[in-house]
Design a protein around this ligand. Sequence first.
Ligand SMILES: Cc1ncc(COP(=O)(O)O)c(C=O)c1O
Length: 311
Amino acid sequence: MMAMADGAVRLGILKAVGSTPLVEVDFGFRAKVFAKLECLNPGGSMKDRSALFMVEEAERKGLLSPGGTIVECSSGNQGASLAMIGAVKGYKVIIVCSRKISAEKLDAMRAYGAETVMCPDTRLVTDRRNSHSVANSLSRKISGSFMPNQYYSLSNPEAHYLTLGPEIWAQTGGKITHFFAAAGTGGTVSGAGKYLKEKNPRIKVIAVDAATSFRATKGRPKPYRLEGIGLDFDTPCFDAGVVDETLCVTDRQAIGMMRSLASRHGLLCGTSSGAVAYAVNKHAEKMGQNDLAVMVMGDSGRAYLSKGYFR
Ligand SMILES: Cc1ncc(COP(=O)(O)O)c(C=O)c1O
């Protein structure tokens, strides 16, 4: 069970956030590889952890009170998690997203009762039309609103430091040697990675980025199809002091691996999971038989069926 923040009222389905399974995946190389199935969180991704932590922290600090509104920009998963939390706790939720979002993620947010605002898929965060800029200006206009601000708030990595990291350490009996996670805000890889490194500084923390993201191209990004993954912001949530290495993956590599995860391993996971599994395979030569790698499977392939990636 996810660590409960002081004074927070965790109701119904929200008690089911965290404690996701860790399963072995046989890629046929020397190191053992385990998949952390974050897609099995109730809201469909590891973003349940950051969203819930940030909402409860805001409640504790008096930044969000009954009848309040949550505004956030999201590639879909943080939005779906916030929408689920808003449904349970009675907050209005407005999610600003870019048009490349899958229909399934959009429909999920709407099913939970969230309002969605669509923005063009701009290349730079400084663009006024960008989902982050629009969410910011909306939250300034709406009184009683709270913006978790997953791209800039250090509460995002803290959520993973407090929950995902400890779970992985316990589930591997402290034997983990390599930690792989996709980076979008950088919260997952930096937060869980920091916890793991504190437990054992020899653990290698590997971030997986989109090959044409802002960071990967040193400020000259090109559009890519992968969702959730991609360091398109200069964000404090990405802790370069924790991350040992960043591996970049193309749409084609990630989507090919996503198909193989489903058809060969029975893991119907999303695009960022495909990218992470590709990176693990790329890194295989550097891992020996005493190594144990954990890869975060961020969300489910069911969120992308309409994109035709599995056809
Ligand atoms: C499916 C999925 N994987 C990976 C990520 C990246 O996680 P983080 O934002 O913690 O870096 C996201 C972010 O939205 C995501 O939705």
